[in-house]
Design a protein around this ligand. Structure first.
Ligand code: ADP
Ligand code: MG
Length: 223
């Protein structure tokens, strides 16, 4: 088991209102497993993913990563865990604008103190078809190319778990399909676990299992 979450709760305050986004969401993921989390817009998919990668805190519930209870990890501990074991791909790429493709890809390796960061990042860029673009900055890359860099960066520390939040969501259909093919190929080749968040059932079907996020809980079934 890579990941096991039980009864996660999360609320936000918006002005005078409190909105209860997650009301006891549970999921588990074995290594090499691929899980799609589908749900309507606003159902809390991104919130769930942000919690799993430690960008957001939880209000209640437990999260175990492998055999570690990471529920109460500090920001610093989560950053270290992310750098060593979790890769994240976002809809909006989230590349660092003043770093070129190579430097973006190297980041997790550098945080982890890898002495071969540069070589490894170059070979990753090659595997996503961007060797010739290594020295280009994000504003010199197309949307699809940016997402390829983001995928290379997410894979760079050979994480056990990839979290992807609508990775093809801001790309045209053809580019989106090629990005999803790349992601699924790499995840399979590298024996990684994947949690794919999407509102598209078609995409979800490419994962071994699907859970629907609705009314703050995760259930098996259809959207
Ligand atoms: P999804 O990704 O499924 O579209 P989100 O997780 O982005 O949904 O959002 C779920 C709900 O939580 C929405 O109502 C959104 O407005 C709210 N929300 C998300 N993040 C915050 C935040 N940082 N502060 C306040 N409300 C938030
Ligand atoms: Mg979202």
């Amino acid at each position: 088991m890579i990941l096991n979450c039980q009864n996660i709760t999360k609320s936000f305050t918006q002005g005078p209102n409190q909105i209860d986004v997650l009301k006891g969401a549970s999921l588990s993921l074995d290594s090499k497993d691929t899980l799609a989390v589908v749900g309507k817009s606003g159902s809390g998919k991104s919130t769930l993913l942000s919690i799993l990668c430690g960008i957001e805190s939880v209000d209640g519930g437990q999260i175990h990563f492998e055999d570690r209870d990471i529920t109460k990890y500090s920001q610093q501990e989560m950053t270290a865990l992310r750098a060593s074991s979790i890769g994240v791909v976002f809809q909006q790429f989230h590349l660092i604008e003043h770093l070129n493709a190579l430097e973006n890809t190297m980041l997790p390796l550098e945080i982890a103190g890898d002495e071969n960061a540069r070589e490894k990042a170059l070979s990753l860029l090659e595997s996503v078809g961007l060797k010739e673009r290594a020295l280009h900055f994000p504003n010199q890359l197309s949307g699809g190319e940016k997402q390829r860099v983001a995928i290379a960066r997410a894979m760079s520390n050979r994480p056990k778990l990839i979290l992807a939040d609508e990775p093809s969501g801001s790309l045209d259909e053809e580019t989106g399909v090629s990005i999803m093919n790349l992601l699924f190929d790499l995840v399979e080749k590298e024996d990684m676990g994947l949690i794919l968040v999407t509102h598209e059932m078609q995409l979800a079907k490419r994962c071994k299992r699907t859970l629907v996020l609705s009314q703050g809980v995760l259930k098996e079934g259809n959207l």
